[in-house]
Write a protein that binds this ligand. Structure first.
Ligand SMILES: *[C@@H]1O[C@H](CO)[C@@H](O)[C@H](O)[C@H]1NC(C)=O
Ligand SMILES: *[C@@H]1O[C@H](CO)[C@@H](O)[C@H](O)[C@H]1NC(C)=O
Length: 188
């Protein structure tokens, strides 16, 4: 009886462990575009350090929330991964930068910009988050991409990305400067 009970207790503990709610990471949907898999580009948002962290690594987004520094996250857009992206015709790397003094992450498809951010602007290069397009669907032949608008607020040293043209427009009346189209991506 004791053995059975302890067996049940163990089973209950395992069940309990499995029922602990996972951190609030939005499920990634299986998806592909033009024959290649696409993955979520998450954005984790911090009010306390006025930063938005862009990552395709769900566990990095999870850790950001668990740290308490970042308060919420969502899927910003879908992009190709940094492993399958190199095979996709016309797709280009999306590089990530970080400055701990500005507490600012941002992403760019321009390697020239990475170099100048690192050499003259105090940013650290953090790798390739994934692959996007530098050109429209009409130019690449892969349908369904939308413009990812980019804006920067120098007062709080924060970048902002959105596929919503109205939201991009609204940011401009809240201290942000238009920085054009960062890339063409798949909407969330
Ligand atoms: C590729 O992306 C993953 C996250 O999806 C990241 O952990 C890894 O560092 C990236 N690799 C390179 C070479 O940037
Ligand atoms: C776009 O942004 C505007 C302003 O924030 C908002 O009212 C609208 O609902 C957004 N549209 C979509 C499709 O999310």
């Amino acid at each position: 009886m004791k053995a059975i009970l302890s067996g049940l207790t163990t089973a209950a503990l395992i069940l309990h462990a499995h029922s602990i709610p996972a951190p609030a990471i939005i499920e990634s949907r299986a998806a592909e575009a033009c024959g290649y898999p696409v993955i979520p580009l998450y954005v984790a948002v911090s009010g306390s350090i006025t930063d938005r962290l862009y990552t395709t690594d769900a566990s990095e987004a999870e850790r950001a929330l668990e740290s308490g520094v970042y308060s919420h996250q969502s899927v910003l857009v879908y992009i190709y991964s940094n492993t399958t992206g190199p095979d996709v015709p016309d797709a280009v790397p999306f590089y990530r930068l970080w400055s701990s003094t500005k507490t600012d992450h941002y992403v760019t498809a321009s390697w020239d910009e990475v170099e100048s951010a690192v050499t003259t602007n105090g940013y650290e290069y953090q790798g390739v988050v994934g692959y996007t397009y530098a050109d429209t669907s009409a130019e690449t032949g892969c349908p369904g991409t939308v413009a990812l608008h980019r804006a920067f607020n120098p007062d709080i040293e924060a970048h902002y990305y959105t596929t919503n043209a109205t939201a991009a427009e609204n940011a401009l009346s809240q201290g942000y400067f238009d920085q054009g189209i960062a890339a063409y991506v798949f909407p969330a």
